[in-house]
Design a protein around this ligand. Structure first.
Ligand code: NAD
Length: 431
């Protein structure tokens, strides 16, 4: 059975690889690995189309009595290996194309660390900073209700992403449970501990970034305890990763977020910076640092660069200026394919998102398992299992990269695509 037959209609333009944006980038990444897929390549077309994409209207009453409409999305890219799994993003730039790409990267990531999930993602096109808490709650609940027809503990399990957190997950869990008539803790992960959340989940993505980052550094002979680090994005992922690297002795010399860029050659006081961000909502205004321009961030003298904000930040325009020898992608899709090539030519190792930030979904998987069994593990147990899975995944990817003489990103895609397509082949085509 093959998809490439003369009866296939051409893909619509927004599904094409030359379509600008994250989905086009994802398609180019898939195309690069098809030659390595052997007989499974005949199923590759399945990776190039989302299984299911839902657009929902989310109307809410604002505090001033008027009604505002927001556009929401939930995309299930692939469910061959298990239920859909992936976060929910609230951001003014969210588009269907972006959510499609993020859902596809979740399929790859979940297969790369071998958790039994497919890939999904959701989002609302909104700047949540403009909403009151009540408005945010109403929007979250209406969105959850609208996508309730396709999510569920065995169907598709959302989690936090940019601008969503434990509280948003609690509202989602409650709304779904109200509609179902039964408390259903397993419908989302990243919940508060008192609602079936898992110890270690909040720190999991940053801990994963740190764990595989240290592995990668060791493989290129870099000593993390003396490394200088630049971090873009100081939220859940960048903040925790920065903290763990600093605890390991590294100097976090520059941090950029939506409010600006700060620099301190001797190393920023990371605990003090985290405390400042918790109050101010941004690194801007932190007293014990120098302010530099956002553009100057890319010239900072450092050993490790951690993009942990949004997509398409490392581009052909700045990849030639980066001083780091190792880039650890905390964010999803931060490097464009052109930039990827430039970094590779310059011998800068890129630890790709689909492995580097997989710690979050790994502990989400632990949370889901704990919810189903109503039996909760200790934080030490969770962190030990997380570290083991991340190190195993890294070792597998490193080995594959050496074997095929390809980048770590292509190696991760090879490993993941083979797992997904093997599952696809075993299940067969319905009907
Ligand atoms: P977050 O909302 O906690 O933090 C986002 C950070 O990015 C903030 O510091 C914000 O100021 C910064 N930022 C926003 N716009 C920016 C801009 N234009 N320039 C510079 N900085 C900017 O989000 P998060 O959960 O830390 O997610 C960050 C990235 O990591 C996203 O790509 C997300 O998809 C990815 N990710 C998150 C998780 C998770 O568990 N939270 C898991 C895997 C991947």
């Amino acid at each position: 059975m093959s998809y490439s037959n003369p009866y296939n209609h051409p893909l619509p333009s927004y599904l094409q690889a030359d379509h600008l944006g994250p989905w086009g980038i994802y398609l180019q990444q898939v195309d690069r690995v098809i030659p390595y897929l052997g007989h499974l390549a005949r199923w590759a077309e399945t990776l190039k189309r989302p299984k299911r994409a839902l657009i929902v209207d989310v109307p809410i009453q604002l505090d001033n009595g008027t009604v505002a409409h927001f556009e929401g999305y939930r995309v299930q890219h692939n469910t061959s290996r298990g239920p859909g799994k992936g976060g929910v993003r609230f951001h003014q730039d969210v588009t269907l194309s972006e959510v499609m790409a993020l859902s596809a990267w979740m399929s790859i990531k979940n297969a790369a660390v071998n958790v039994p999930y497919g890939g999904a993602k959701g989002g609302i096109r909104v700047d949540p900073k403009t909403l009151s808490r009540g408005e945010l709650e109403r929007m979250t609940r209406r969105y959850t209700s609208e996508i309730g027809i396709i999510i569920g503990p065995t169907k598709d399990i959302p989690a936090p992403d940019v601008n969503t957190n434990e509280q948003v997950m609690a509202w989602m869990m409650d709304t779904y449970s109200m509609n179902e008539g039964a408390t259903s803790t397993g419908v989302v992960t990243g919940k508060p501990i008192d609602l079936g959340g898992s110890l270690g989940r909040r720190e999991a993505t940053g801990r994963g970034v740190f764990t595989v980052g240290v592995e990668a550094a060791n493989h290129i002979g870099m000593d993390v305890s003396t490394a200088r680090i630049a971090v873009q994005g100081f939220g859940n992922v960048g903040g925790i990763a920065g903290k763990l690297f600093a605890q390991a002795g590294a100097r976090v010399v520059a941090v950029q977020d939506h409010g600006g860029t700060i620099y301190q050659e001797a190393g920023l006081d990371v605990p003090a910076l985290l405390a400042h961000v918790a109050v101010a909502g941004t690194v801007a205004g932190f007293a014990k640092a120098e302010v530099i321009s956002n553009d100057a961030f890319w010239d900072v003298d450092c050993d490790i660069l951690i993009p942990a904000a949004l997509e398409q930040q490392i581009t052909a325009a700045n990849a030639g200026r980066i001083k780091a020898r190792l880039v650890i992608e905390g964010a999803n899709g931060p490097t464009t394919p052109e930039a990827d090539d430039i970094l590779q030519e310059r011998n800068i190792l890129v630890l790709p998102d689909v492995i580097a930030n997989a710690g979050g979904v790994t502990v989400s998987y632990f949370e889901w398992v704990q919810d189903f069994s109503s039996f909760f593990w200790s934080e030490d147990e969770i962190n030990a299992r997380l570290v083991r899975i991340m190190k195993e995944a890294f070792a597998g990817v490193w080995h594959l990269a050496q074997e095929h003489k390809v980048s770590l990103r292509t190696a991760t895609f090879i490993m993941a695509c083979k797992r997904i397509l093997h599952a696809r082949e075993l299940r067969g085509l319905y009907p």
